[in-house]
Design a protein around this ligand. Sequence first.
Ligand SMILES: C[S@@+](CC[C@H](N)C(=O)[O-])C[C@H]1O[C@@H](n2cnc3c(N)ncnc32)[C@H](O)[C@@H]1O
Length: 307
Amino acid sequence: MEPTWNHTTVLLQEAVDALLDNAPVAAGTWVDATFGRGGHSRALLSRLGPSARLVAFDKDPEAVAEASRIEDARFSIRHQGFKDLGELPPGSVAGLLMDLGISSPQIDNPARGFSFRFDGPLDMRMDTTRGESVAEWLATADPQQMAEVIRDYGEERFAVQIAKAIAARRQERGPISTTAELAELVAGTVKTREQGQNPATRTFQALRIFINAELEELQQALEASLLVLQPKGRLAVISFHSLEDRIVKQFIAKHSREVYDRRTPFAAPRAMKLKALARIKPSQEEVDRNPRARSAILRVAERTAEA
Ligand SMILES: C[S@@+](CC[C@H](N)C(=O)[O-])C[C@H]1O[C@@H](n2cnc3c(N)ncnc32)[C@H](O)[C@@H]1O
């Protein structure tokens, strides 16, 4: 029998409360852009009214298979990246949740290749039905591009050395194909590391972000949210590292300002599109219960009626 990997939903109550707040829940459309194992979706369904709809997205076919087990006429799942959120009718969404990153079933399944803690094929794709795996990319990538990816998405000081080591190993013994091979190579290259951190942490994070185009798709989804959210519709985004959180924070800040056009100084400013509402961290009790929650930050904003 296939082992089952569970996902403990982070900021469950906080995210659902932020989305629903005082909103009328009898009808309307809500979106869970990152279904995962459906923790947030199920909690939302339990609070939404009989004529409401919940549309979920996930890139991962295993998450989609899990979602298909939900028997609720109000719920539907799309095997699609959230960058395509803009396909929903304009102004139709009462609340949109994004719980970014990967789920525990993805990290904990060695066959997915996300973790240096288990040996498995070096894959790391969220959508295993398309695109290139990390192993395939590393087999031919230019060393300078590898270094840039590892530096920019992993904030790794030793990115150049790691990229050179990958290229040298490719020449000497052929491409890297497993997580253990990559973890070992990085450990042999990175001489110092923050206490308690595996030397490969930053490299694995960088390659995962790159191969799934995570930051680009986040930016696209945020832009699309402005189109699909209805006035007073809520945007709630949970991020797990500073690169993601910076994008969310800057996006909300940029659209929470009135914009003056310097070429027409006396014209009325363009109205803001979002109102920043909250920045929420998990409680100590949640972090003690689920250490994977420790870096989570939930940011909440509301679509304004203007613009
Ligand atoms: C942290 S988990 C979500 C967990 C979920 N909230 C729960 O309670 O079970 C993130 C999920 O988002 C999916 N995902 C990540 N990036 C995505 C993207 N660009 N488009 C669609 N789904 C994505 C992943 O496949 C993963 O299943």
